[in-house]
Design a protein around this ligand. Structure first.
Ligand code: ADP
Ligand code: ZN
Length: 621
């Protein structure tokens, strides 16, 4: 490959990365940035943000414009990102605290010489006097080609990833006004977008908003019923041997769940902010480098994890809002192959999340906005219709039910059965009303169900609730059915949960229901035991080996074994060498020459030269 002559973005896409065509807005963004314009890019996870600055960086470097600086908050991941570029034949480096003095000096020499194409740095490093002086010198010599600001939502105080250091990045605009800047994020909401533009002075930037649909992700919400077992069944039936992430709310639950899964024979590891930095890094490394590791984690885990073959993201607890749910589930299936977003959800989740907001010391206005966001998520969880439409609708994007997409949501595949729950709701609400009348005493869900079903308990006797007119009026419904009704009444906001004992109280919106002025259709409680994925495709083969015959499968496995050796040798995750999807295509197409091999997606010139003959040999064995 001759790197001395300028090349077009298309040529770079093909020869360096081995891809046939740009995706979506990539081509436009690349052209805009290569031409010197500023850009703000909003694209979902897996949409292909990296190429949006990597290709302009390469193109501008070849045109003699020097170094591109990539700002990223995640120093732990820089090693692999740079490794992936070097594998593709692009001279890149990172500067962070993990390097020795000698290494830093060597990289600085490469940088100042103009040979380096891309440098990854954390924001706090970029704004040190030493670094700025070096950039000044490059700028004077016309060798500063662009700035890319990854995870740009970190500049916004609205999100949960706010980083003080990002605010200082405003200096880039003032100090290097002629150098194009691109800011990228997968956070879709309008407030964050406005924040990014303002705080990074991107007023003149072109804004590129992609569709936030992730057609290869199947969204599923199952009713909680011994969540751990449901999870285990889901892992065994749908994702045996797959890598994935399981999110839990608390550190304790992370530890317990990881240990339990491990005891059940699943290679699960814990990750949360309370662990020693050393063990966290070790577990993250294993997740990235080994195959089929399940990471059980709090939300502390995940940002910037660009492992492409995460096949599922499971939630054992309800996230705070749709933004979080979308970010977390978005980590599945970056490679575009089928992946699952699975969540187990139940009455306790609704109660807990509501209580966490109520009891937080935040101001009332903030709590109100949190409640609104939780309500939107609950509506998604309780929805009877397409989850994808609701999800996208939340981000202001119109869409049609996903029956025609690659991976259909649970509701579209099996429309849930609903029933007319108007009478049942009235019984429950009026029973709560009767409790109020009896001297203001409040009670929780368990007692309410006992009274509705006419169960003689100590508590019933103590409060004389067997004399209430509502005692036993709900004997016709099973306990599980009542829990489902109450969960939905709380989710819909007709009942409020209060205080230490999670007692129930009527809200304003309960009145019309009580008076019989509105009717309610609710979801049936799931049959017990609920199928993990509601019986979607229990025997389906792995995403990337879908429709392979035995010979193809054997070749695929041989390629993976070969790849594992290279990855170990280079101290990189296997997917940096080649993606599964690339190996699968090789196994299927069985190329018989280097030219044929070059046509496989993901095989660029450098990799062809380095590995081509070896691959042909493995394929021929
Ligand atoms: P993001 O940063 O937006 O989450 P990445 O940049 O990591 O996404 O890209 C996601 C995956 O898609 C990567 O594995 C990348 O190699 C691949 N990809 C990106 N653009 C293309 C393209 N034009 N053709 C084929 N694969 C692509
Ligand atoms: Zn759907």
């Amino acid at each position: 490959m001759d790197t001395s002559v300028p090349a077009s973005p298309d040529e770079i896409l093909h020869s360096v990365f081995g891809y046939a065509a740009f995706r979506g807005a990539q081509a436009e963004i690349v052209a805009h940035l290569t031409g010197g314009g500023d850009a703000l890019v909003l694209m979902p996870t897996g949409g292909g943000k990296s190429l949006c600055y990597q290709i302009p960086a390469i193109a501008r470097h070849r045109a003699g414009r020097g170094l591109a600086v990539v700002v990223s908050p995640l120093i732990a991941l820089m090693h692999d990102q740079v490794g992936a570029l070097e594998e593709a034949g692009v001279h890149a480096a990172f500067l962070n605290s993990s390097l020795t003095f000698d290494e830093v000096q060597r990289i600085e020499r490469e940088m100042m010489s103009g040979r380096l194409v891309m440098l990854y740095v954390a924001p706090e490093r970029l704004t040190t006097p030493r670094m700025l002086a070096q950039l000044d010198s490059l700028q004077e010599r016309g060798l500063l080609s662009l700035f890319a600001i990854d995870e740009a939502h970190c500049v916004s105080q609205w999100g949960h990833d706010f980083r003080e250091d990002y605010l200082a990045l405003n200096i880039l605009h003032e100090r290097y006004p002629g150098v194009p800047r691109i800011a990228l994020t997968a956070t879709a909401d309008a407030l964050t977008r406005i924040d990014i533009i303002e705080r990074l002075s991107l007023d003149d930037a072109r804004v590129f908003v992609s569709s936030f649909d992730r057609p290869n992700i199947r969204y599923m919400v199952v009713e909680k019923n011994d969540a751990r077992r449901q999870l285990l069944r889901f892992l065994r039936e749908e994702h045996a041997g797959d890598a994935g992430i399981v999110y839990c709310l608390s550190r304790k639950k992370v530890e317990e769940t990881a240990a339990w899964l491990a005891a059940e024979g699943i290679p699960a590891l814990p990750y949360h902010a309370g662990m020693a930095a050393e063990s966290r890094r070790e577990n993250q490394d294993r997740f990235l480098r080994e195959e089929g590791v399940v990471m059980v984690a709090t939300i502390a885990f995940g940002m910037g994890i660009d492992k492409p073959d995460v096949r599922f993201v499971a939630h054992l607890d309800l996230p705070k809002n749709i933004e979080s749910y979308y970010q977390e589930t978005g980590r599945a299936g970056r490679d575009g192959l089928p992946a699952d977003a699975w969540m187990a959800y139940g009455l306790a989740d609704v109660v807990n999340q509501r209580r966490m907001i109520d009891e937080s010391p935040a101001e009332e206005a903030f709590k109100r906005s949190q409640r609104g966001k939780l309500d939107a998520l609950l509506a998604l969880a309780e929805a009877h219709d397409c989850r994808r439409v609701r999800l996208l609708g939340y981000f202001g994007e119109e869409s049609v039910p996903c029956v025609s997409t690659q991976n259909v949501c649970d509701n579209c595949l099996h429309p849930p059965e609903t029933w007319d729950a108007t009478e049942a709701a009235r019984k429950a609400l009026s029973c709560v009303y009767r409790f109020h009348q009896g001297g203001g005493q409040r009670f929780g869900v368990v007692h309410l169900i006992d009274v509705l079903r006419g169960k003689q308990t100590d508590k019933v006797a103590q409060y004389g609730h067997d004399r209430l007119s509502t005692f036993g009026v709900g004997a016709d419904l099973a306990e599980a059915q009542w829990r489902a009704v109450l969960r939905q009444l709380i989710a819909l906001g007709h009942l409020r949960v209060e205080g230490e004992f999670s007692t129930l109280e009527l809200t304003e919106s309960a009145r019309p229901v009580l008076r019989g002025e509105v009717s309610l259709r609710l979801r049936h409680a799931a049959k017990i035991p609920a199928k993990a994925g509601r019986g979607l495709s229990i025997t389906r083969r792995k995403a990337n080996t879908l429709s392979m015959d035995d010979e193809e499968l054997a070749r695929f496995e041989a390629l993976k074994t070969w790849r594992a050796g290279i990855a170990r040798e280079h101290n990189l995750p296997a997917y940096v060498v080649f993606h599964d999807a690339t190996l699968a295509e090789m196994a299927r197409e069985l190329p018989d020459s280097l030219d044929a091999l070059a046509e496989i997606g993901g095989v660029g010139a450098k990799k062809l030269e380095a590995y081509g003959r070896e691959i042909l040999r493995v394929l021929n064995e």
